[in-house]
Unconditional design. Structure first.
Length: 275
């Protein structure tokens, strides 16, 4: 695996390092700026090497940090292990792992091809789990580390037209909460970020496939930089769950305190209106 990096003003290794997957756009890119601004060296991971190179140059110019590029498709079997091997070969140590890589497919379950459902599972579930398995043991052994897993507000309730995606994010949330408790006292914290609808390329692509999404009121759509800043702060505090936005927080509380059958009915009503 080839690696590229931009020389920082300080020597590499003099600061903590955050590895961020899905860093080429959206929340992942915004989080890269947050961590770089806080003095972290960055390892950028995504499929698009060209996009990551441009981001690494921007981070180095703005913040003076080491900004390494490791292109990888984490939906492929063995990709996380290869990434771990590349990181170790360079002598880098991952202090913060940010799992932001993910994919969304919106529409009726029966109209989505099997390959699309499998892609959601391979990246959102298998890829994330493999990254945790590759990097968390080293953190536990050192007695220090932080993990930020990007889930979704969709993790709290079933959502028709987003069935596979919502299920995958429910997995991320459940795994994150379990690990947060399992690793309590180890020096390693795990935070699940559960954003609502956020102004990213993923939303743009989904709206392109469904005109009704483009009609959403502005107050329901969060700014990606605001979401990233809240997520960064929650990760640094070691919060188990971060739900940005008052509306999303209310929805989360309601979903956890409402009978499951009613949550399903409400989700079904809203989901069918979105189709």
């Amino acid at each position: 695996m080839q690696t590229k990096s931009v020389s920082p003003k300080k020597a590499p290794g003099s600061r903590q390092t955050a590895l961020i997957t899905g860093a080429s756009s959206g929340i992942g890119e915004a989080l890269a700026h947050c961590f770089a601004g806080a003095g972290f060296d960055i390892i950028l991971v995504a499929r698009s090497e060209a996009t990551l190179k441009l981001l690494s140059q921007t981070l180095a110019a703005q913040h003076g940090n080491a900004a390494h590029v490791l292109p990888s498709d984490l939906s492929k079997p063995g990709a996380a292990v290869q990434l771990q091997t590349a990181v170790e070969a360079k002598g880098w140590k991952v202090d913060v792992l940010v799992n932001c890589a993910g994919v969304l497919e919106q529409g009726a379950f029966t109209s989505i091809a099997l390959a699309k459902h499998q892609q959601i599972i391979d990246l959102n579930i298998s890829g994330l789990t493999s990254m945790l398995s590759a990097f968390v043991p080293g953190m536990v052994q050192r007695g220090i580390g932080r993990v930020l897993n990007v889930a979704s507000i969709a993790a709290f309730q079933p959502i028709p037209t987003l069935a596979s995606y919502a299920a995958s994010k429910a997995y991320v949330l459940s795994l994150s909460e379990s690990l947060a408790e399992e690793l309590r006292g180890s020096g390693v914290t795990v935070t699940a970020l559960c954003p609502g609808i956020t102004a990213t390329n993923m939303l743009t692509q989904a709206a392109g496939a469904n005109d009704k999404l483009s009609q959403l009121p502005g107050f329901l759509i969060a700014d990606v930089k605001d979401v990233a800043q809240l997520a960064f702060a929650a990760c640094m505090r070691g919060d188990a769950i971060c739900v940005p936005g008052v509306v999303n927080q209310a929805a989360m509380i309601a979903s956890r305190g409402t009978p499951k059958w009613l949550v399903r009915r409400i989700g079904g009503l809203l989901g069918r209106k979105a189709m």
